[in-house]
Design a protein around this ligand. Structure first.
Ligand SMILES: CC(C)(COP(=O)(O)OP(=O)(O)OC[C@H]1O[C@@H](n2cnc3c(N)ncnc32)[C@H](O)[C@@H]1OP(=O)(O)O)[C@@H](O)C(=O)NCCC(=O)NCCSC(=O)C[C@@](O)(CC(=O)O)C(=O)O
Length: 282
């Protein structure tokens, strides 16, 4: 027989889930201590994302910068695997939530994950600067380390489609303005620009910052941990994913594959051959 008292059991039950995010009782909902009815109509959606992931409310300037990053990464058309998958899923007879989940599930290290890697790289360079190295040397050492550990492609730089990703310079200009207004330090923007310079010197050609490199600057400036950069990209891209899944649903189409049906893939397996007649023999 258990020696547990009713109080022990009550404590065990109430400790089962612990969260500092939400507090509730009948008729009352508080996020991080703030009543939901006071938040509704008073804070923006980015402000809410900040409160939920950071536990505090952002300043107006911080929320505006976060919003800019979220707006910038919303969509990149059906060339992006996540968007194509959302559209294909929408033709399979599934609901919008299934189409969205299928699409979000392919956001990983290679597609959508460069922002997380870029934040980690920027943090590594900051740590070197805090250790006494100047910007140029810390960047060079950070890049050497990145290449040794993860290969020659520096996350957040280069693009397969855009010679200059139009999203990056605009975001960087907002970071510069926020730094001038004292909202952020501007340190991560300087690091990302120095990475571009170092790559130019090393490769003899410009490998410009892309959307992930630029949003990573914002997430790092705003103090988001590297893994949250991936989560925030997922939130942002989910808007594009939803829009494409909904558009495709309305366009119709059944079982739409990744290429038109008249096209076929390249087969490079064995020649056509008969199944051996003695398969079950010794
Ligand atoms: C993106 C791409 C594969 C493009 O490559 P490319 O095809 O142009 O060139 P490659 O043939 O790989 O390289 C040719 C020569 O340039 C050198 N080179 C190129 N990039 C270099 C680099 N970063 N660091 C050093 N060197 C570089 C390379 O070393 C080589 O030099 P060499 O060996 O001397 O001949 C490449 O940059 C890359 O991996 N970037 C890092 C990962 C990254 O940030 N991913 C996010 C991209 S944004 C995104 O995903 C969001 C999206 O936009 C998606 C969408 O597009 O839908 C959306 O919104 O959804």
């Amino acid at each position: 027989m258990s020696d547990k008292t009713a109080k022990d059991i009550e404590n065990e039950v109430s400790d089962w889930w612990k969260t500092s995010i939400i507090d509730m009782e009948p008729g009352k909902i508080h996020y991080g201590g703030y009543a939901i009815q006071d938040l509704i109509g008073n804070i923006s959606f980015p402000g809410m994302i900040w409160l939920m992931t950071r536990g505090e409310l952002p300043s107006k300037g911080q929320a505006a910068l976060l919003e800019a990053a979220l707006v910038a990464a919303v969509d990149h058309g059906p060339q992006a695997p996540s968007i194509a998958i959302a559209r294909m899923a929408a033709t399979c007879g599934v609901g919008l939530n299934n189409a969205m989940a299928s699409a979000v599930n392919v956001l990983g290290d290679v597609h959508g994950g460069a922002g997380e890697q870029a934040v980690a790289l920027y943090h590594d360079i900051v740590a070197r600067m805090d250790g006494g190295q100047n910007l140029v040397d810390a960047t060079a050492a950070g890049l050497d380390h990145q290449i040794a550990e993860h290969g020659k492609h520096i996350p957040g730089f280069g693009h397969r489609f855009h010679p200059l990703d139009p999203r990056a310079p605009r975001l960087l200009s907002l970071v510069e303005k926020a730094a001038a207004d004292g909202i952020v330090s501007g340190r991560f923007g300087q690091i990302a620009s120095q990475i571009e310079e170092t790559l130019l010197t090393r490769k003899g050609k410009r490998i410009p910052m892309n959307i992930d490199g630029a949003t990573a600057v914002i997430y790092a400036e705003l103090g988001f941990a590297a893994p949250l950069a991936r989560g925030l990209f997922c939130l942002s891209r989910s808007v594009g994913i939803l829009a494409h899944a909904w558009e495709q649903t309305n366009q119709g189409g059944r079982n739409k594959g990744p290429i038109p049906r008249r096209l076929i893939w390249n087969y490079d397996g064995p020649e056509r051959r008969p199944v051996p007649s003695d398969l079950n023999g010794d």
